[in-house]
Design a binder for this molecule. Structure first.
Ligand code: 6R9
Length: 698
């Protein structure tokens, strides 16, 4: 029987692993557990790749992984410089491939990779591939919101479009190091704009087009862009969203704060809305279609240092305003390309689709840069995955013969709820690898994804990583080893994850604790824009000597990693990071709100949902209308995706005598676990808890 053979093969691998010397990075352990059958059911701990799959994979066995991993840990300079040499460098990096200090007790935190190396990531994505003969290969397919509307660009065509925009930006005075804010939906113009910025050394900051005007203006004020690029409107499902109106409002706000924007380039998205009804500010606003096509299709590359900034991406933290995560060029380029190649076992014949929006890190690293650096054909999807119905994804998979499908657990869960028939009515036989990102994938969703979507034959790459890490950190290599539903498995090459206790002491073997990373990797972010202090405090001070991820993690007896979610005040709603502090500040800005405390609760589809406790100003009565207006206030200040699922009226909040809100208690009340409230005696006013419980159903 095939499974027996597979098991025996793996047992053999496991045997040889026992002899692997253990390096600084704790060489992962893979113990054998006998597998009964191929179908992933609850009883089966391990899910093996098929032999056919493993044989054709870049990394076909645990041994091969261990060999490569060991090398990457013991000789990072050698390992990464060999890979980096496959890219185009105008000039090679300095002798030291990298330098790092992550230990605040030894001085400033500093990470540099390939310093002195001169390159350009846009050149490596486009020109290099065209020169290698891929000019006529499709780089990007575009699938519109409404079925029947699509488009595509070959590598040559994409290069031309990028050059035209790059020439325009230069004409507008955008220079190396200048910021450009991009507020675009998933049109081809979004990756085009990112690449055009990269080509001229400008620093792009993409703001997800679901953020509100206030959030957008906050980001504009922080990074002071030379140009803002948007479109008039977008259709999402049956709805039309007027993006330009949002930008207009943001620009009024930024101008008031001393950041006036002189140039706003607007793409006319004709499928959503014609230009004549778009509000316009002459002198500032320019239609993309009126100017860009007139520019030459060639544009000289601005050569930059590997450590020159590539982009800024704002992300939520546990306190205060969003953080501008800064990534640089060389390390990010090498890291995104390499992780893409191995975690998805990429081959030139693949058709790759990642459902993420370029407004998030996943869209940066694994829609735009990683795939294009590999010369891949990649789908950009404008619409909603359940429009016109829940079969849309599989319709797209069949239409383009997608081989690699990368998405988020929240989508998996929502499609799972809609029923198998939406899936099974499509062939999906082109699929060979599935991927998951954004939050832990629960084993039952994993199994549905594996058994129903992938017909029990496609390995799932459950990639754990963060905006800050630039690329995958803990991820399956699909041909290498058996998977466990819900586990992100083992570290990527060069990554040294460690689990520490509250005191920052590394714990070994089977354990759980705080997930940290020892040492740097090429894709690591280099700072928080304009706030180096916060960079150190948030990430390097909690556990001296390590990068602290903010996540909890456990490691099982076989060495597999299981991410357990955020341990800080960040809530992960449908894979979107939302800081409790941001939501609280949006609520408190409401004139009738005196105080607010926000916690995350479990949600069947979204993973987590936002649950807000609100104390009203003295004498204000509770009402449904007020509840709605509080929610609206969050939608307006952050975006619809951050809207609280529940508002719980709170005459008072449980606080310690020093005034700290005890969220632990609020979490228990929110999730109805009233018998697990724990010790409430340290509260300044223990009666508050009773009051809150009595208002649970109001
Ligand atoms: C890529 C991305 C990062 C946070 C991260 C963690 C959670 C992401 C995950 C996962 C478990 C996975 N997360 N991928 N948790 N398994 N495969 O999502 O970046 O938006 O910065 O979020 O998302 O909690 O800390 P970002």
């Amino acid at each position: 029987n095939n499974n027996d053979i597979r098991t025996i093969n793996h047992l053999r691998h496991v045997d040889s692993m026992a002899t692997m010397p253990s390096g600084a990075g704790k060489i992962p352990r893979l113990n054998a557990v006998i597998l009964g059958e191929a179908l992933a059911t609850e009883e089966n701990d391990l899910v093996f790749p098929t032999d056919e799959f493993s044989q054709q994979a870049h990394v076909p066995s645990p041994q091969k992984y261990l060999e490569m991993y060991k090398r990457s840990i013991e000789d990072p300079a050698g390992f990464w410089s060999e890979i980096a040499s496959q890219f185009y460098w105008k000039q090679k990096w300095d002798d030291s491939v990298y330098s790092e200090n992550l230990d605040v007790s030894k001085g400033r935190v500093n990470i540099e990779w390939f310093k002195g190396g001169i390159t350009n990531i846009c050149y490596n994505c486009l020109d290099k591939n065209v020169e290698a003969g891929l000019g006529d290969k499709i780089a990007l397919y575009w699938e519109g919101n409404d079925t029947g509307f699509d488009d595509s660009l070959t590598y040559s065509q994409l290069l031309h479009k990028v050059c035209q925009l790059a020439n325009y930006l230069k004409d507008m005075g955008v220079q190396k190091g200048d910021a450009v804010v991009i507020y675009l939906p998933m049109l081809l113009e979004l990756p085009i704009t990112m690449l055009a910025c990269a080509r001229i050394g400008a620093v792009h900051s993409v703001v997800f087009a679901g953020f509100s005007a206030e959030s957008l203006s906050q980001r504009i004020i922080d990074c002071k862009p030379k140009v803002v690029i948007t479109c008039n409107a977008v259709k999402r499902g049956p709805k039309i969203i007027h993006l330009k109106d949002i930008v207009d409002a943001a620009l009024v706000e930024s101008a008031k704060t001393g950041v006036p924007i002189d140039t706003c380039l607007v793409y006319e998205n004709q499928l959503a809305m014609k230009r004549d009804i778009t509000k316009w500010q002459d002198g500032r606003d320019i239609w993309w279609q009126d100017v860009i096509p007139k520019y030459p299709t060639e544009c000289a590359v601005e050569w930059v240092d590997a450590e020159d900034p590539l982009f800024l991406l704002y992300t939520s933290g546990s306190t205060g305003k969003p953080k501008g995560v800064l990534h640089t060029t060389g390390g990010y380029m090498v890291y995104t390309a390499t992780t893409f190649k191995y975690a998805f076992d990429y081959k030139p014949s693949d058709v790759y689709w990642c459902t993420a929006d370029c407004g998030w890190i996943t869209g940066h690293s694994y829609v735009t840069y990683g795939p294009l650096l590999n010369g891949a054909s990649c789908i950009v999807f404008e619409g909603a995955p359940n429009y016109p119905d829940s079969g849309r994804c599989w319709d797209i998979v069949d239409k383009y013969k997608v081989t690699i499908f990368y998405t988020a657990p929240t989508l998996v869960r929502s499609l799972m709820r809609d029923g198998d028939e939406y899936v099974t009515r499509y062939s999906r036989k082109s699929l060979r690898i599935l991927g998951s990102v954004g939050e832990p994938i629960n084993p039952s969703a994993w199994r549905w994804f594996y058994n129903v979507v992938g017909d029990s034959r496609c390995p799932i790459s459950d990639t754990w990583w963060q905006t800050e890490t630039g690329g995958f950190m803990i991820t399956p290599l699909p041909g290498a080893w058996p998977q466990k539903p819900g586990s992100a498995t083992f570290p990527f090459f060069g990554v040294k994850p460690v689990i520490v206790d509250e005191k920052g002491v590394e714990i070994e073997g089977e354990c759980s604790g705080y997930l940290c990373v020892k040492g740097s990797w090429p894709g690591a972010f280099r700072t928080l824009y304009g706030d180096y202090e916060r960079y150190e405090t948030t990430y390097f001070k909690p556990f001296t000597g390590y990068y602290f991820t903010g996540d909890g993690c456990s490691r099982d007896k076989d060495g597999y990693h299981w991410l357990t979610g955020r341990v800080d005040d960040v809530i992960n709603v449908s894979g979107h990071r939302i800081g409790t502090a941001e939501v609280e500040s949006a609520l408190v800005s409401h004139p009738k709100c005196a105080e607010a405390a926000v916690v995350g609760i479990e949600h069947e589809v979204k993973g987590q949902a936002i649950y807000a406790f609100v104390t009203l100003v003295e004498g204000e009565p509770y009402s449904e209308e007020l509840r709605k207006s509080l929610i609206l206030s969050v939608r307006k200040q952050i975006g619809a995706f951050a809207a609280p699922e529940r508002i719980h009226w709170a005459p008072g909040l449980p606080k310690t005598r020093s005034g700290k809100i005890m969220r632990r208690i609020l979490r228990k009340i929110a999730s109805g676990q009233l018998d697990e409230l724990g010790d409430t005696s340290t509260l300044a006013d223990p009666n508050v808890v009773e009051q809150l419980i009595s208002l649970s159903n109001c």
